[in-house]
Design a protein around this ligand. Structure first.
Ligand SMILES: Nc1ncnc2c1ncn2[C@@H]1O[C@H](COP(=O)(O)OP(=O)(O)OP(=O)(O)O)[C@@H](O)[C@H]1O
Length: 539
């Protein structure tokens, strides 16, 4: 039995490892291409590729002594030794084939890299003596011609061809959720979270996100309006790197366990979750504000490697009033396209409140509500790997039709005393603080949410900093006086490194002071949530 269990576990793990390996390989290939393009002077192409792929040389670098040219050279040598001839890597396209060939899509994203272009140019100069460059000088002119041919294609055809190609590739994607044939067909807009510097650990985990980002956009039947909505969602709603782990969230053990059970385990062992055990598609996280609902949703996306859409329901209503129904449709379409996906819909009560129904309800809101219900029904019927995590501070206001579709309802309560103590220890560890009576402080923070506690700790930490700033400001005035009177002593003082000046540690007194001005933000009593949990909770 234990042999069987470990076999099932290792199958689940090896499937996830395989997905990760594919993502790694694709990312590596793009980094190699970026480096190669930069080395041979195709700066604009390199910038466009960075902007399309959301992979940047600011975050990734080719490892020592490796480059695309060398890889090809070594492959040729290997092939020559093994088969006694050189491999044929490319072949000329004849006229018939040219007509059938899909081409590159238009690039609608403004190149992000004007600020990096000077860096790249500088790097190019530094690299001008590299062996790769000198090897390539002889082929430079022919490569240039190929580049200009690609640039001359008419944009409309480019986009259409690209969309067709993406569509045909998607068929290979649905089964495993991994795009096996993907080429560089992308029309992704917006800034790249991947452009930011990351440490090695983060980067490895983000590979799952890279896989989604490397997929093309759905074509939306070439309807421009829907494409624009999708572009907005990609830019502002799709979070490429939520980067929150379950271990970063203090307490909330029940909520974490339930979410893992609802999302992570079914993704890892899908064959168990069929028939009556079909995974939950809709989960409601409810509780007072600032208790970690958003963090939980981000942790689900990070740890399960799902594409993460983070959308606030109130912003949909206010920003997209007339269009909100279409926006919801496009949102779910994108989520299905990039599945497995998690949609986090915050402040659900602002659109799904039963109080807001009735004759006065705006026609647009009514249509959006209906669309949301239709989309949720669709998820359940079609066994898509898309999860809706909705959050609300006012669960009792929610429309019953919506509640019925949020099959799991999980209370995210105010932190317990133990959790409060852990939070303070996390926000103000020894070193930043000195001799804090963590236990007593946590007792004083009843009814404070995680976000209130963070705010309180910040306020307390500001106190020694304010004292230090006052001292610095005062000493500046004194120094100016000294400068006038005793020039030599001033010069001696100037040699002190300002970086070494640090605020004193936070003390119990600082906390007491901060408590006077930082009060709990939730005005709804915990009992109200517990009462609702008893009547409607489903865990
Ligand atoms: N359990 C927790 N562990 C660690 N930090 C927490 C926790 N709960 C809240 N916080 C802190 O409070 C901030 C706000 O939390 P979060 O946005 O997840 O709350 P929320 O429940 O989604 O709030 P709202 O209902 O207002 O949207 C977090 O960024 C984090 O710093």
């Amino acid at each position: 039995m234990s042999y069987l269990l470990s076999k099932v576990r290792s199958e689940g793990e090896s499937r996830m490892n395989e997905e990760k390996k594919i993502a790694d390989r694709k990312r590596n290939l793009i980094v190699l291409i970026l480096r190669y393009l930069t080395n041979i002077g195709y700066i604009e192409s390199s910038q466009k590729l960075e902007s399309e792929s959301h992979i940047s040389l600011d975050s990734w670098e080719v490892a020592d002594n490796i480059d695309l040219y060398q890889i090809i050279m070594e492959f040729e040598q290997y092939y020559d030794i093994r088969f006694g001839k050189l491999p044929k890597l490319v072949r000329k396209v004849n006229d018939d084939q040219k007509k059938k060939m899909p081409s590159f899509p238009k690039i609608s994203t403004p190149t992000k890299a004007s600020s990096t272009s000077s860096n790249i140019k500088q790097e190019l100069q530094n690299n001008s003596n590299s062996s790769v460059n000198s090897n390539l000088n002889t082929t430079g002119s022919s490569t240039q011609r190929v580049g200009s041919q690609l640039g001359g294609l008419p944009p409309k055809n480019l986009a259409q061809n690209a969309n067709k190609k993406v569509k045909s590739q998607n068929s290979s994607l649905d089964e495993k959720g991994v795009d096996q044939n993907n080429t560089l067909n992308m029309e992704i807009q917006g800034q790249s979270a991947l452009g930011a510097k990351k440490n090695e650990e983060e980067s490895t985990e983000n590979n799952f996100f890279d896989v989604r980002v490397l997929k093309g956009m759905p074509d939306f039947g070439d309807v421009q309006e829907l494409k624009e909505l999708a572009a907005y969602l990609q830019r502002d709603i799709l979070v490429e790197n939520p980067n929150v782990k379950f271990k970063d969230i203090v307490g909330l053990d029940d909520a974490k366990r339930l979410l893992k059970e609802a999302v992570q385990i079914p993704l890892k062992y899908p064959h168990f979750f069929t028939g009556i055990l079909e995974p939950w598609r809709g989960v409601l996280l409810y509780g007072p504000p600032g208790t970690g609902k958003t963090m939980l949703a981000k942790a689900v996306a990070t740890e399960c490697g799902t594409t993460f859409f983070n959308i606030s329901a109130s912003s949909v209503v206010s920003k997209w009033r007339g269009e909100s129904e279409k926006l919801i449709r496009v949102l779910f379409e994108l989520a299905r396209h990039y599945q497995p996906s998690t949609i986090f819909l915050d402040e659900l009560d602002s659109i799904m409140s039963q109080r807001k129904g009735g004759d006065n309800e705006h026609e647009g809101s009514r249509r959006m509500k209906t669309e949301l219900l239709i989309q949720l029904d669709g998820l359940m019927k079609n066994k898509e790997r898309v999860f809706l995590l909705a959050a609300s501070n006012l669960p009792w206001d929610l429309d019953v039709a919506m509640l019925r579709r949020l099959e799991k309802r999980i209370l995210v309560p105010l932190p317990s005393k133990e959790a409060r103590q852990n939070m303070i220890e996390q926000f103000l560890p020894e070193g930043i603080a000195q001799d804090l009576n963590y236990q007593e402080i946590s007792e004083a923070l009843e009814n404070y949410s995680g976000s209130d506690i963070k705010l309180l700790c910040k306020e307390a930490a500001m106190k020694p900093l304010r004292r230090l700033i006052n001292q610095i400001e005062k000493s500046n005035i004194e120094q100016e006086d000294m400068q006038k009177n005793r020039k030599q002593k001033f010069q001696q003082q100037q040699s002190i490194n300002p970086q070494e000046v640090k605020p004193d540690p936070v003390t119990n007194e600082d906390i007491v002071e901060a408590l006077k001005t930082t009060k709990p933000s939730s005005f709804i009593k915990t009992q109200a949530y517990e009462k609702w949990a008893k009547e409607h909770g489903s865990v």
